[in-house]
Design a protein around this ligand. Structure first.
Ligand code: URA
Ligand code: URA
Length: 201
């Protein structure tokens, strides 16, 4: 027990130091000069499961936390109502820690600049499972170009982490019919994690 608490504290300290490094980062001139603040990540430092998104949007840039806008509310529902977990049980992070102006896609050099932070976050948290939300997250993490619809249902490996991919919650808001597909993906994930379906969704 003491060992587990000590390990959690150590990871918290590591992540907190990294959070300060991220906050001071100016590698991407445009992002560093247009952001309100950096958006590092949130959740359990010892999470078994990470959710990986693309980049902060306007709400996240304002609040400093990933997935707090409309898409974030849907992600929270997936975690809490769908999986029966608490948002604070998992860890949520993005490919980019800064908001791209106008919510454009991350530029390849921006993703490359931010990659060290992502890799170090994942190394510190050491999750067993990672769910990529949408094509940008999946393609950047795994360095592939396969359409997201064809990546669904498969397992990938990233640095020993078991990775699966589903649609981005913002896509689900625009295309509610695809929610069924994401629910299938989440059930596949829950099965591998040994999680029981909550009694009521
Ligand atoms: N979309 C993302 O990909 N990440 C966020 O944090 C918010 C919206
Ligand atoms: N295209 C994307 O980029 N992401 C999705 O989640 C779905 C389609």
């Amino acid at each position: 027990m003491a060992g587990k608490a000590a390990a959690r504290t150590e990871t918290l300290v590591t992540l907190d130091a990294m959070r300060q490094e991220v906050a001071a980062c100016t590698l991407c001139h445009e992002l560093a000069t247009t952001r309100t603040q950096t958006v590092f990540g949130v959740g359990n430092p010892q999470a078994r499961l990470c959710f990986l998104g693309e980049a902060p949007g306007a709400d996240e840039d304002r609040q400093g936390e990933p997935f707090v806008g409309r898409a974030g509310k849907l992600l929270t529902d997936i975690i809490q109502k769908g999986m029966g977990l608490d948002r604070s049980d998992v860890y949520i992070l993005n490919i980019l820690k800064c908001r791209p102006p106008g919510n454009r896609n991350p530029a390849p050099e921006e993703a490359a600049n931010c990659r060290g932070f992502l890799d170090r976050q994942l190394a510190a948290i050491a999750p067993e499972f990672l769910c990529c939300l949408g094509a940008v997250a999946a393609h950047n993490l795994l360095e592939v170009n396969t359409p997201i619809g064809r990546m669904r249902g498969d397992w990938f490996d990233y640095q020993g982490i078991r990775v699966m991919c589903t649609y981005h919650p913002a896509y689900l808001l625009r295309n509610p019919a695809a929610k069924e597909d994401t629910w299938e993906d989440i059930q596949m994930l829950m099965g591998e994690m040994g999680l029981e379906k909550p009694a009521r969704r």
